[in-house]
Design a binder for this molecule. Structure first.
Ligand SMILES: [Zn+2]
Length: 340
């Protein structure tokens, strides 16, 4: 992480947030125009709510310790903060915030820093802005909930050549490219090839996938009035551009998978701890022998046990009777030879 003083100096070249300051068109405009998710803004509850009253160099100093999600929340506290933080002059803050996150890869050239932060850290649908969703459509660089996804894609058979699929004359060998090499893919499963790019050729998988409807329409429209040689060059460029864009996303996809894996491990560790606490307390109550004889997966799956939260004395007091009754039921079932 760069020294905060360096960031503070850069900040002095930027403008203080004020109503009327407008520099948000440009690379950040896509983020600026994205629907604002409906959620409580975390920074309001803390000392950061007083940021607008502070001098800009102090603001920059504070921001150098924040992470991208903090900046997203801050940008949503007020209109003038939003404008200020999405201006080109504030890009350094987003870069600094990104560098504060362990192992976070650089921002791809065709994305703005706030758009990247929004994609990776804000779990709301980019279509309706309301539904929470974890699904990122990497070709589209967006998240969509199931409802919004429904109208997004066009189902395509996996095997056709481009010329056959589009019913447009395209010179060989471009005519033999597959649609996914030229069109943004919606179906996430088909994106598995991004994890292991070999010249843009995906491993052979299912028979169908889907491409973005709007992208397909624009592509067909662009090809319509072209001469064959123009079509060749157009298709060639598009294939190269899409392949480059996908390659640029690979570090981000890998980083996100690592994060998800780490979160999953953390969660299963907490689940194990809670289960071990429950069995320890049951053993103290004389259930040790039964725990050795029973199929413990029933206990692991019990809704009061399978919670990713540590077990406190108070929580145990509240659940003890129910768990003991459950143990009695399972013991009864075991003795009767049911559900072992
Ligand atoms: Zn949606």
């Amino acid at each position: 992480m760069a020294p905060p003083a360096k960031r503070a100096r850069s900040a002095q070249q930027t403008q203080a947030p004020s109503e009327g300051h407008s520099d948000s068109d440009g690379p950040d405009a896509d983020y600026a125009s994205a629907p604002k998710p409906v959620r409580r803004v975390r920074v309001r509850r803390g000392g950061l709510a007083r940021l607008p009253e502070m001098p800009l160099d102090v603001v920059a100093e504070i921001m150098s310790y924040l992470e991208p999600l903090d900046l997203l929340h801050l940008a949503r506290t007020s209109r003038h903060y939003r404008t200020f933080m999405l201006s080109r002059g504030s890009a350094f803050m987003w870069r600094a915030a990104r560098e504060n996150v362990d192992g976070f890869p650089p921002c791809p050239e065709d994305m703005s820093e706030p758009a990247l932060a929004n994609l990776l850290f804000c779990a709301f649908c980019h279509g309706c802005g309301r539904a929470r969703c974890d699904k990122i459509y990497w070709d589209l660089k967006a998240r969509y909930c199931n409802d919004c996804t429904a109208n997004l894609g066009v189902i395509v058979r996996y095997d056709p050549h481009l010329a056959g699929f589009l019913r447009i004359d395209i010179p060989f060998p471009m005519s033999h490219l597959k649609p996914f090499m030229l069109l943004r893919v919606v179906n996430e499963k088909r994106m598995a090839y991004l994890h292991d790019v070999h010249d843009g050729v995906p491993p052979v998988g299912g028979e169908y996938y889907s491409v973005e409807r709007a992208d397909l329409d624009a592509f067909k429209e662009a090809l319509k009035d072209m001469q064959p040689d123009e079509r060749y060059a157009f298709v060639e460029k598009r294939a190269k551009d899409l392949q480059m864009a996908r390659k640029a996303l690979v570090p981000l996809i890998r980083w996100r998978l690592d994060m998800q894996e780490a979160r999953k491990n953390e969660k299963s560790e907490i689940l194990d701890q809670r289960y071990n606490e429950v069995t320890k307390r049951l053993t103290e109550l004389g259930w040790g022998e039964e725990l050795e004889k029973m199929n413990t997966c029933w206990l692991r799956k019990h809704p009061l046990v399978a919670q990713p939260r540590p077990l406190t004395d108070r929580v145990w007091q509240n659940m003890e009777e129910k768990i003991v009754n459950f143990m009695k039921e399972r013991q009864q079932a075991r003795l009767q030879g049911v559900g072992r």
